[in-house]
Write a protein that binds this ligand. Structure first.
Ligand code: ADP
Ligand code: MG
Length: 498
């Protein structure tokens, strides 16, 4: 490509960097020449990335519409679409009337969390709550099922012993809501078969078994008088926790290391659901939306990352929008720009070739930089990739981060609109024209302000200013812990108001 062609391909942002530089004095001249050649070579690469990641309204609309269609097809029959549309068996939602002492146990990564809550009904609500985080020793992540569940049961027992201000009526067993964020084939509200361990776990003897049974047996072995009365995933627990405070909550979305969504569906709108419906007539359905794939604007970096992953061809939406991957997509783009566009000068920083060396929190830290010379960007690049960077390179790095996070946030927003559209199509007025809440949780959503902004922007663009005013997208802080305890209460063996 000729120099002229490259120059015309320059994006406005890069163009402005260059014009500012042209006023530099003599001492800065050398640097200016070097930087200028950097941006000349990199500019078309950045422009190409921005074009490939672009999410104009028609792209968003197509994603929202395809998400709706996939939801419908997945509800019709198992295997009907990329979305599994898993029935949660949660068909009575918290009302606020729940009373008593309940526990929650959250196992979904290298830590597990135990929580206890004393519920006081409509007037008193949450009287007291207490939680503890326990890290799982590395060796237990590849031990036997008995070892792992014995460890969890013991930690739960230690925690339970310490509850001074918490009261359980005599003769009653403590009940637990178990949030288990691994792939499970749910068989009832309090049972589910582990399909496979993920996230670094390779515990032997659990796959194919009921995980509630495994925990209950471990509690029996340890002589602990507690029982699991609800098994849920984190998205479902988040919806339940948010719904406790607000009846308008209809959808919950997790944006953390991975991503998922669930919503409240009418049972008669689920053709694959057989048998009699409970009185509520509604249930929570878990989309497993990370597996969605239609109409996504993908780049060569996404394709390469997918090919190198442990699950090629799977979880494409998750790989485009969730925290585990955004840093890695940016790293691949930056490495390419360093190699093909001399982004960081003549040499290519060696560390930048290491997969996953740049993490999503690094992107977020760089994007919060407000200094004139982009000091934070400079130090993150230095610390993470051993890169000494000029200001112009830092500006381009920021453009790359913004391009990746903008696409992610906007696509997540389109996914949310897809869910809302599906509910509205079935029941006119169920969503639009009244207040509807989407409960959000997860470290990515919580800690990346630009991501939140792009997500909201996309929802507003898709729905228009008037309709979107009634759609409240809000962070449900720690909703999932309390949510699981609340589901233990709504599914209590002793009735929900004891
Ligand atoms: P998990 O999804 O593993 O249950 P969290 O909901 O706490 O856990 O999310 C953790 C994820 O959130 C991290 O893997 C990371 O991708 C993302 N994250 C954490 N901190 C930040 C941050 N400061 N900025 C952007 N993303 C972050
Ligand atoms: Mg989590």
């Amino acid at each position: 490509m000729s120099v002229t062609a490259m120059a015309t391909a320059t994006s406005p942002a890069v163009g402005s960097i260059r014009s500012r530089r042209s006023t530099s004095g003599v001492t800065r001249f050398k640097m200016a020449v070097r930087s200028s050649s950097i941006s000349l070579a990199v500019a078309p690469l950045l422009t190409k990335l921005q074009q490939d990641c672009a999410t104009p309204l028609p792209v968003l609309r197509n994603v929202a519409d395809s998400m709706s269609a996939d939801i419908r097809a997945g509800l019709a029959v198992d295997g009907g679409s990329d979305l599994k549309m898993i029935l949660s068996y949660v068909d009575s939602l918290p009302t606020g009337d729940e009373k008593g002492l309940f526990y929650a146990l959250d196992l979904g990564g290298t830590n597990f969390r135990v929580l206890r809550v004393q519920l006081g009904g409509k007037d008193e609500r949450v009287i007291a709550t207490e939680s503890e985080q326990v890290s799982i020793p590395q060796d237990l992540m590849s031990a036997t099922s008995e070892d792992l569940f014995d460890f969890i049961a013991s930690a739960l027992a230690n925690f339970a012993k310490k509850g001074g201000n918490f009261h359980l009526p005599p003769g009653r067993r403590s009940e637990i809501g178990f949030t288990f964020s691994f792939p499970v084939k749910q068989t009832s509200i309090d049972s589910g078969i582990l399909i496979k361990w993920t996230k670094g776990f390779s515990v032997s003897g659990t796959a194919g078994k009921d995980v509630v049974g495994c925990l209950n047996e471990a509690m029996d072995r340890k002589g602990i008088d507690m029982r699991v009365s609800a098994l849920v995933n984190d998205t479902v627990a988040t919806l339940a926790g948010a719904r406790y405070w607000d009846d308008d909550v209809m959808v919950a979305v997790i944006l953390g290391t991975g991503t998922n969504a669930c919503y409240v569906e009418r049972m008669d709108a689920i053709p694959k659901l057989q048998g009699d419906f409970p009185p509520s007539g509604r249930t929570i359905v878990n989309l497993e939306w990370g597996a969605y794939r239609k109409g996504l604007p993908l780049t060569v970096f996404d394709r390469d990352m997918d090919a190198a992953s442990i699950n090629p061809g799977e979880q494409i939406f998750e790989k485009t929008i969730s925290g585990m991957y955004l840093g890695e997509i940016a790293r691949r783009a930056l490495l390419y720009m360093a190699e093909e566009g001399s982004l960081f000068g003549k040499s290519v920083p060696e560390k930048l070739s290491m997969p996953f060396v740049l993490r999503t929190p690094d992107l977020s830290a760089m994007q919060q930089d407000t200094t004139d010379d982009l000091q934070t960007v400079g130090s993150v690049l230095y610390d993470v990739a051993g890169v000494e960077s000029a200001l112009n390179s830092r500006k381009i790095v920021l453009e790359v981060c913004d391009t990746i996070v903008k696409r992610a946030g906007r696509l997540a927003g389109a996914g949310i609109v897809g869910i809302l559209q599906k509910i509205e199509e079935d029941t006119k007025g169920a969503i639009f024209g009244k207040r509807t809440v989407v409960a959000m949780d997860g470290g990515l959503y919580e800690r990346y302000s630009q991501y939140r902004r792009y997500l909201q922007e996309s929802v507003t663009e898709l729905l228009g200013p008037e309709t979107s005013q009634n759609i409240v997208i809000e962070h449900s802080k720690d909703g999932s812990g309390i949510g699981a305890a609340l589901l233990a209460a709504t599914n209590s063996k002793y009735g929900r108001n004891c």
